[in-house]
Ligand binder design. Structure first.
Ligand SMILES: [Zn+2]
Length: 162
């Protein structure tokens, strides 16, 4: 994805009020990331850890969504709906995101099961052990990356419509 800066991050959010936009706590280390290996960028508010922020590249621009982790427990070992990792290396939690525009203001939100620490990009890039003779682990990885990007893209586009 495109490299993010503080100003692009802050202006990227589409489902927040003006007041919420000002309150967004930016991640401390934006410069230190390998953006080529990220399909979206996510972080939490250290003071309000249930609050998560996710920024993705949509049509060449950064688009951000504020999300809130639901306090309700999820069923045991759920699968992330974005990276669909089957080895379940990290916790997966339920996040709700308000829709953009008037639908969001009316309380319309969408929920997704997501990797709790936004590990999806790393998960899809892990090479599988060869499943069978001739298994192309590199091609399988490329397919997982494509799949994650398609999920992120579809989710953002759906929410941006409002
Ligand atoms: Zn994931």
């Amino acid at each position: 994805m495109i490299a993010l800066t503080e100003s692009t991050v802050r202006s990227s959010f589409v489902n927040v009020s003006l007041r919420e936009r000002k309150a967004i706590v930016l991640p401390a280390d934006l410069a230190g990331h390998d953006w080529d290996r990220l399909d979206y960028f996510g972080w939490r508010d250290p003071k309000s850890p249930l609050m998560g922020f996710i920024v993705a590249e949509i049509d060449g621009s950064a688009v951000g969504l504020q999300r809130r982790q639901a306090e309700q427990p999820t069923r045991s070992r759920p699968q992330c709906s974005w990276c669909s990792d089957v080895t379940l290396p990290n916790d997966v939690v339920f996040f709700a995101a308000r829709r953009a525009g008037s639908a969001g203001k009316a309380g319309n939100s969408v929920g997704t099961l997501l990797c709790a620490g936004f590990e999806c990009s790393a998960n899809v890039r892990r090479l599988d052990p060869p499943a069978y003779l001739g298994h192309d682990a590199q091609a399988a990885r490329d397919r997982r990356i494509e799949g994650l990007r398609a999920h992120v893209d579809g989710f953002f586009r759906d929410l941006m419509v409002g």
